[in-house]
Structures are given as C-alpha cells and as structure tokens.
Design a protein around this ligand. Structure first.
Ligand code: ZN
Ligand code: ZN
Length: 371
C-alpha cells in the first residue's frame, strides 16, 4: 500500500510502498484512512528537524491528524463496527511501570519522555492507506463530521487547554453573574495569538465557552482567516496596524491568552499585558533562536500582584478527543462555512509531497487518502 515516509538518514521523503497491516490481536481494529491533516510538526519532520523512525526502520510514515473508516474489528472490540468513522489519538504510553501518568492512560502527561507518538516518534503515522491499532485509542465520529472530522486532533489542543483553564479558575470567584430574564451573562475576555488552524479552532472553543474572544494576527484584510474570525463572532485585531498596547487597550482586562503562534518574543510581550487573575496558555513550540530580553521584574510583580498563572499544554487524552468531536459538531452547527473553510486544500496521497514541501497556502491542507 502507499505511504508517505521520511528517511532521516537519507534526508529524503517520498511516497513509498509499505506492507498492508492486518489485525493480530483481538483488541485491534483495522482502518481505511480517509483524511490526514498536515501541520507544522509534519513540516518540521520533513525538514529533518524532528521525527524518529520506529526501531529497526530506516523510515517513518508521517501523519498524526486523521479521520478513518473502520473496515474490520478484532473479536474483543465492542465500541466500534465496520463502517464507523473514527479519529485515533497520537501518543502511546512509555511503558515504565513507575510513570504515574502513563500507567493510568494519561500519557499526555508522561513523566519520562519515553512515550511514543504515531507519525512523530518511533511509531508509524496515518499518512497511508490502512492502519491497524488498538481500538481503545479510537473515538467514533458521527457521519455528519465526514468533511471536517480531520480537524478533531488539532482541536484537542484547545480542549485540553480549556479543561485545565476551567479547573485552574476554580481557585477564585469566576462565574459570571446571571442576569434576570437573560440567563447566564458572559463576562470574560480571551485573546488568541495567531490565526492558523490551532488559533482558529481555539477561538471557536473560547466563543463556544462564552468568552468575548479577540484574535491578534498578521493576516491581511481580505484574508480567509480574518473572515473565519468574523464569522464566529470574534474580533480580529490586525497585528501590523495595532501595537500590543493598542490591542490591550481595546480589550480591557485580558482574562485568558491562548497562544498559538510559537513565537516566544510575542508571547512574553503579551504576557506582560495579561490581566488581573489572568491565565496564559502556551501551546506553541518555538524553534531555538538567540535569547531575547524580557522585563522579568514586571513579569514577576504581575504574577504575584495580579494572581496570574501561565501554563503549557501538549498532546491530549482520549477525553479531549471525545470533547473535540462533540464541540466540532457544535461548531459545524453554528458556523458551517467558517468550519469548512479551515480546510482550504486537499491533495491525493500521490501528490502529498507538494504541500509538505511548503507549496500550499491557505489554512489547513489535508491529504485525502481515500474518498
Ligand atoms: Zn498536528
Ligand atoms: Zn510515561
């Protein structure tokens, strides 16, 4: 079968022929891959900055954002049947019995760093025709999400981040007042940094959770990303024409920052503008560049005097996948055009190297393996 593989030793990536897998354990299911999304991690892997083949293999099949159809299930699988659509999680446990996180299925919090990730770290990914995996890592997606279900994995970043945000804010009185006759009022303001797929999906989740949401991005007027922001009822703030101080003045008290650009200088300059009792959520992974200076006295004073918290979040549990499936259906009901327009390009698997080598613009590029 066809697969898109990177050969780190040869500094190459290409479509290869790879043996089709078959079910070997009763708890496994076999999937026909429909869609695989391309993200910044994949671009880094094909630039040989990242990514490790499985032990004994000279190549790694890439792809971790998937939507697939179940074609066969092992005898012990009860929650799936052939024909179901599924998304499959990415990270697998490290296998160390003393890892508190992996031993309870929360490998997204793995302590040892010896976890595995499909399509990224020592496990083949999903950019291929068929995949066999333990069914417990698969979540059923309703048929109504056929067109956009591949967005569940990037949405899980926001799901895990906001689950933690709500837990963290239980530390203080944070519930907005209920207005007589109007129901629950929304009183918190969230700022999203960046309008790529992670930023836009994060903005959708923040709007869904009731935040007055602002997106700060370099996208030009007329850019599709800006249209998406407006369609979901968030406010776009153009980075080129608005300084950070102007942005902060427009918003007022910034209760939440959802960082989705991976640019550390911008992130720390915005951290200086985080509001009282604010939470800053880091999701980006910057490349290593020269050190920059930050106003550490100001940051530390504000952390203390404004009760601020900043945290990073990576990967997601199966619960975040289920939350993502639920919320993606909500998004699609509210803003069908905005959600669909996030997937701006589709390529066949034969042409997968074209977008991987950086030649596709738009928001999210998807490899349509089977239609
Ligand atoms: Zn990704
Ligand atoms: Zn672990």
């Amino acid at each position: 079968m066809k697969a898109v593989a990177v050969f780190p030793g040869q500094k190459q990536y290409r479509v290869i022929d790879h043996p089709e897998p078959s079910i070997e354990h009763p708890a496994e299911a076999k999937l026909k891959i429909l869609d695989v999304g391309i993200c910044g991690t994949d671009k880094e892997i094909v630039a040989f900055q990242y990514g490790t083949p499985p032990d004994g293999s000279e190549y790694l099949i890439i792809g971790h954002e998937s939507l697939a159809e179940v074609v066969e299930v092992g005898s012990a699988v009860t929650h799936l049947k052939p024909g179901d659509l599924v998304v499959t999680s990415v990270r697998r446990p490290c296998g160390h019995s003393d890892c508190l996180a992996c031993s309870v299925g929360r490998q997204d919090f793995c302590y040892t760093g010896d976890f595995f990730e499909r399509g990224i770290k020592q496990r083949h990914g999903y950019m291929t025709e068929f995949v066999v995996e333990q069914a417990k890592y698969m979540s059923v997606v309703p048929p109504t999400l056929r067109e956009v279900g591949v967005l569940v994995e990037p949405l899980t970043i926001a799901e895990k981040g906001l689950t933690q945000l709500w837990q963290i804010q239980q530390r203080l009185p944070w519930a907005c007042p209920v207005e007589p006759g109007k129901g629950q009022a929304y009183c918190h303001k969230a700022l999203v940094l960046g309008a790529g797929p992670v930023g836009l999906l994060g903005a959708m989740k923040l709007v869904l959770d009731g935040f007055q949401t602002f997106v700060y991005s370099k996208a030009d007027p007329g850019d599709l990303r800006r249209t998406v922001v407006e369609q979901i009822g968030a406010t776009f703030i153009q980075a080129e024409t608005n300084s950070l101080d102007q942005m902060a003045e427009q918003i007022g008290n910034i209760d939440v920052v959802y960082e989705a650009v991976g640019a550390s200088q911008l992130a720390f300059e915005v951290l200086e503008r985080l509001g009282t009792n604010g939470v800053f959520i880091f999701t980006g992974v910057p490349g290593r560049k020269a050190p920059i200076s930050v106003d550490t006295d100001r940051l530390m004073r504000d952390l203390v005097l404004k009760n601020q918290i900043s945290f990073g979040t990576v990967n997601a549990s199966i619960e975040s996948f289920r939350d993502g499936i639920h919320d993606l259906a909500e998004f699609l009901g509210r803003w069908p055009e905005a959600v669909k327009s996030i997937i701006s390009h589709r390529y066949s698997i034969d042409d997968a190297v074209i977008p991987l080598s950086g030649k596709a613009g738009g928001i999210k590029t998807v490899i349509a393996v089977h239609s």
